[in-house]
Design a protein around this ligand. Structure first.
Ligand SMILES: *[C@@H]1O[C@H](CO)[C@@H](O)[C@H](O)[C@H]1NC(C)=O
Ligand SMILES: *[C@@H]1O[C@H](CO)[C@@H](O)[C@H](O)[C@H]1NC(C)=O
Ligand SMILES: *[C@@H]1O[C@H](CO)[C@@H](O)[C@H](O)[C@H]1NC(C)=O
Ligand SMILES: [Zn+2]
Length: 463
């Protein structure tokens, strides 16, 4: 509650000081294993503008071409905390981080270092994740709302937003990527000799997770039930909610940068942008509608015809080759199909990964949802005929999101938005009732403990 109040103050303050409000809410996501713990950042906003804006701007413009890309060794900054007593293991893990960072920085041109809060720890002790299937988890530590060229505001990972050199500059959080790695897993490190049958190459796992942190992450998910019932973008309007009886203002489901390029190929003849579905779903109620309770909002949604759309989409999310990422400048034959084989839908694995059937034995294997035991990154690369851990399609995904590469030095860039002026803030209006009388016949509930966003699993499934 306290953070909410200070957010309002900050928000109003910035209106009175400066009429150009360029930010919607940005979000902190401190724990990738508990994405529901994400919260509105209290330090969202712009950095202080330099005096003499015009001249400063002109100066910046002319500087643009001189901006130097960072050397691969400088591009990632890891704040590494090792939660195990074995110092040798800690050193090996830290070296693997550096190596993975360099692999990425050799492909994409970074002008601002990417900061990673990396925790290497016993998941069972630290996070109560004891079944040992999760090897690692990561997410953008903060997302920033930016305005895309189709007039939609989407949440951009801070790692990417920082590369755009926006002016004025948004306030950044201390970390771009938040990542956890399971020290209880049987891990292989470079220099260990021959990988054992059940070991996982740690560098591979880190690399996979960092790519999620860079933006390989869709907001489309099953947010409302343990069972797959409805696929929607992020219901950020439920964020400060702790109780279904609390009043809430509907401000719309929100997409990530990744979702701008997502298409639905259910109708093979006429693929549709997922954004069209977002718009449709968002029309179940007028943006800005106050609902007396979260449950009332969910009931209204469940009864709406728009809900049928999200019910169909959750089926698509469990039907092979129905969702894809379409990189810029490529023909529709080059669509990157996403993980829609899993049935039931699995939060953390479905959609935000590449289709395992298409990519498991392909040079673009890196973002399939499960890691390969008994093979080093190099061995997998060799086996798939790949030349580099970041395959050609993954590279085009990163370029499309807005990362510069040698071959594509001037990528698309979104701009700062001031949509928060027109969209009401996400804060719940009115007081939470302590009345625990649960509403009757709830067809939808918001799952407050939805688990594990963007994990890499040890589980080897047969595909
Ligand atoms: C890094 O993340 C961990 C786990 O969320 C957190 O406890 C720690 O405070 C973070 N480190 C810093 C320097 O903020
Ligand atoms: C796509 O084409 C445009 C226009 O030719 C170019 O500016 C851009 O760099 C290309 N690639 C990507 C990934 O946007
Ligand atoms: C931002 O707000 C100003 C004034 O309220 C408005 O004129 C402008 O069109 C807005 N820009 C965007 C991109 O929404
Ligand atoms: Zn993953």
């Amino acid at each position: 509650m306290k953070t909410s109040v200070s957010f309002i103050l900050l928000f109003l303050l910035s209106i009175s000081i400066d009429s150009i409000i360029v930010d919607a809410e940005c979000w902190e996501r401190p724990n990738p294993l508990k994405p529901f713990e994400k919260k509105i950042s209290s330090v969202c906003g712009l950095q202080k503008k330099t005096k003499g804006k015009l001249t400063a701007d002109v100066g910046k413009e002319s500087q643009k071409d001189e901006i130097n890309s960072l050397a691969a060794k400088e591009a990632f900054k890891f704040d590494f905390s090792c939660g195990v007593p074995d110092k040798v293991l800690c050193t090996k893990a830290e070296n693997a981080f550096k190596a993975a960072g360099e692999i990425i920085a050799n492909v994409i041109i970074l002008v601002t270092p990417i900061t990673v809060n990396a925790t290497f720890t016993d998941f069972c002790k630290a996070l109560n994740e004891c079944d040992g299937t999760i090897l690692g988890a990561a997410s953008a530590a903060r997302t920033i709302p930016l305005l895309d060229d189709d007039k939609v505001v989407r949440q951009y990972p801070q790692a990417l937003a920082k590369q755009f050199l926006l002016d004025p500059t948004p306030k950044w959080g201390p970390f771009d990527i938040q990542a956890f790695f399971n020290a209880q897993a049987d891990l292989f490190f470079k220099g260990d000799g021959v990988i054992k049958k059940n070991q996982f190459d740690f560098e591979y796992i880190i690399l996979h997770e960092l790519i999620h942190g860079l933006g390989f992450a869709s907001a489309w998910n099953n947010y409302f039930s343990e069972q797959p019932v409805a696929l929607t973008p992020d219901p950020n309007f439920l964020e400060s909610i702790t109780d279904l009886n609390q009043p809430v203002k509907f401000t719309g489901f929100e997409e990530t940068a990744f979702d701008k390029y997502m298409i639905n190929t259910r109708d093979k003849g006429a693929p549709k942008r997922m954004t069209e579905f977002t718009n449709e779903i968002n029309s179940f109620a007028e943006i800005g509608t106050d609902f007396p309770s979260v449950q009332a909002l969910l009931n209204t949604f469940a009864d709406s015809k728009q809900f049928q759309t999200s019910s169909q989409l959750i089926l698509d999310g469990q039907t092979p080759k129905t969702m894809a990422f379409q990189p810029r400048n490529v023909s529709s034959n080059d669509m990157v199909f996403l993980e829609t084989n899993l049935k039931p839908f699995r939060v953390g694995s479905s959609i935000s990964h590449v289709d395992i059937k298409s990519f498991n034995n392909d040079p673009d294997f890196l973002e399939v949802f499960n890691a390969k035991p008994g093979q080093t990154l190099e061995q997998v690369l060799k086996a798939t005929g790949g030349k580099y851990p970041i395959g050609p399609k993954l590279k085009s995904v990163l370029e499309t999101l807005g990362y510069a590469t040698k071959e594509n030095p001037n990528p698309y860039r979104p701009t700062l938005s001031n949509d928060s002026m027109s969209t009401p803030s996400n804060l719940p209006i009115g007081k939470a009732t302590n009345d625990q009388s649960t509403s009757s016949a709830t067809s939808l509930t918001f799952s407050f403990n939805i688990l594990s966003l963007l994990v890499i699993l040890a589980a080897t499934l047969s595909f």
